[in-house]
Design a protein. Structure first.
Length: 483
């Protein structure tokens, strides 16, 4: 456990809690020491921050500091403290090559897999022309991320309830590797086209009709699923994602000559397959750590600090960790005061009690808002290409098919178009959410931050563009921090 005492330039009380890949407490006494320090510092509001940028110690410290600085710039409360949640996660840079730093991060994230990681880097760097080279990427990637079927982490592979599918492995690891890489290459091309547009699509504000005039489906989202009027992304980020058809183009005709452009395109897709395969494993791990590590830690902190309000903030895969921690809470004293999920790498149906396209079953996180004293605020942006374009391709599980709806609806991400399938979920723009008393006192609320969360190079787009003072104000408003 680290603290602000280790950093003379720190302007706010801060600590860190460390979990291993199985959700285990690093030394068993972290929560007790944090609770003692929080009481001694007179902390009234304790903000727990979870993200996935743990490539190395410097990256972790930098991202932690940038989040804390947002709050420092916004107000000078002396009774607000911060706990950073550290766990074996990582993020990729946008360039289509693996750097030395990224390889080192992979070795830290997947200890004991040095040979496999070295082979994967050699393949995506050298881009060999020999037959089966791309298939080798798929084979090595499966070795890197595979877990025994009875391993606890497999229960966190999907955000849907486990009664829906007996098999929860992502299809991208088992489908034809050539086809999957073609699909990711297609998504990368679309991401670059989006980035090159000089004008962004306008926002659309939809009003639900009444009676026979009520729309069933719109391009901007299904109002009968969201049960609210409000901002929606103008369309799916790529038309082909919204169509109920195979997500990958056909293979080359037998004997056809492959051009250099086609070869490079396929290997760009292979690199993205590696990124998404690793991201899947990290999201899966985040759920496990949230459910088995952070959840009991929150219970201990809540019990030890009855006069301190705890606020959870998660970004990307860190948002998944936070959400599963709330689901795993087992305390009679109530849960956190608020939860804010920034660009969450979660299914947009994760909180749904029933899936609109299924006869039975719902989201794995249905009902978690009941464990939160305040609101569950879900921030999204349709400039997040990582979640809008790549997540739907990576999220499809074995046995699933978008036969009636497009991939963007069935496998869409919470951080791209907000909460779906939850009756009564309020949807607000970021400016609207920051108005006085705009946020509900409990339940779910989607906040469209597209006007602010919009910067970033493809293929990730605005996924990491979350260091804005408006978002710090949103966290404060959600938890009534400082009031």
């Amino acid at each position: 456990m680290s603290s602000s005492e280790d950093d003379p330039e720190s302007t706010r009380p801060r600590w860190a809690i460390q979990f291993d890949a199985d959700g285990g407490d690093a030394d068993g006494g972290q929560c007790a020491r944090i609770a003692d320090a929080v009481r001694a510092a007179g902390i009234r509001d304790l903000v727990l921050l979870a993200h996935s940028a743990h490539n190395d110690a410097d990256t972790t410290a930098d991202v932690d500091a940038r989040f804390r600085d947002l709050f420092t710039d916004e107000a000078a409360d002396d009774d607000v403290g911060f706990v950073s949640v550290h766990w074996p996660g990582m993020r990729f840079e946008p360039e289509p090559r693996l750097t030395d730093a990224t390889e080192s991060a992979l070795r830290r994230t997947f200890p004991g897999q040095d040979r496999v990681i070295a082979k994967l880097r050699a393949l995506v760097d050298e881009r060999p022309h020999h037959f089966g080279a791309v298939d080798d990427v798929g084979m090595m990637l499966r070795r890197l991320v595979e877990e025994p079927l009875d391993a606890p982490v497999t229960a966190y592979a999907t955000d849907m309830s486990d009664e829906l599918l007996p098999q929860s492995e992502p299809a991208m690891l088992f489908d034809s590797t050539d086809h999957v890489c073609e699909g990711f290459a297609r998504a990368l091309e679309q991401a670059h086209q989006e980035a090159e547009r000089t004008e962004q699509r306008p926002e659309r504000i939809e009003q639900p009709g009444r009676g026979t005039e009520a729309p069933t489906v719109s391009k901007s989202g299904t109002l009968t699923e969201a049960e609210s009027a409000g901002p929606r992304p103008a369309d799916a980020p790529a038309d082909w994602l919204s169509r109920p058809e195979p997500l990958t183009p056909g293979t080359r005709a037998f004997g056809a000559t492959e051009s250099k452009g086609a070869h490079d395109r396929l290997w760009d897709g292979a690199h993205q397959l590696l990124c998404q395969g690793v991201s899947y494993a990290i999201r899966r791990r985040a759920g496990l750590i949230g459910g088995t590590g952070l959840a009991p830690a929150l219970g201990q902190l809540t019990e030890a600090l009855p006069d301190t309000r705890i606020h959870l903030v998660g970004h990307g895969a860190g948002a998944r960790l936070v959400a599963y921690a709330v689901r795993g809470l087992r305390t009679a004293r109530g849960g956190p005061a608020s939860v804010t999920l920034l660009q969450a790498a979660l299914s947009h149906f994760a909180f749904a009690g029933r899936l609109p396209q299924q006869m039975r079953g719902g989201g794995a996180l249905a009902g978690v808002a009941q464990s939160v004293a305040g609101p569950v605020v879900c921030v999204y942006s349709h400039h997040d290409l990582e979640l809008g374009l790549l997540f739907p391709l990576a999220y499809r599980m074995i046995g699933e098919s978008p036969s009636l709806v497009g991939a963007d609806r069935m496998w869409g991400a919470l951080g791209y178009d907000g909460v779906q399938g939850v009756e009564g979920c309020l949807t607000l723009t970021l400016a609207g959410a920051l108005a006085e008393h705009a946020l509900p006192s409990s339940g779910y609320v989607s906040v469209d931050a597209s006007a602010v969360v919009r910067g970033g190079a493809p293929p990730q787009g605005a996924h990491f563009d979350v260091f804005h003072p408006e978002l710090a104000r949103l966290v404060r408003a959600a938890g009534r921090v400082g009031r």
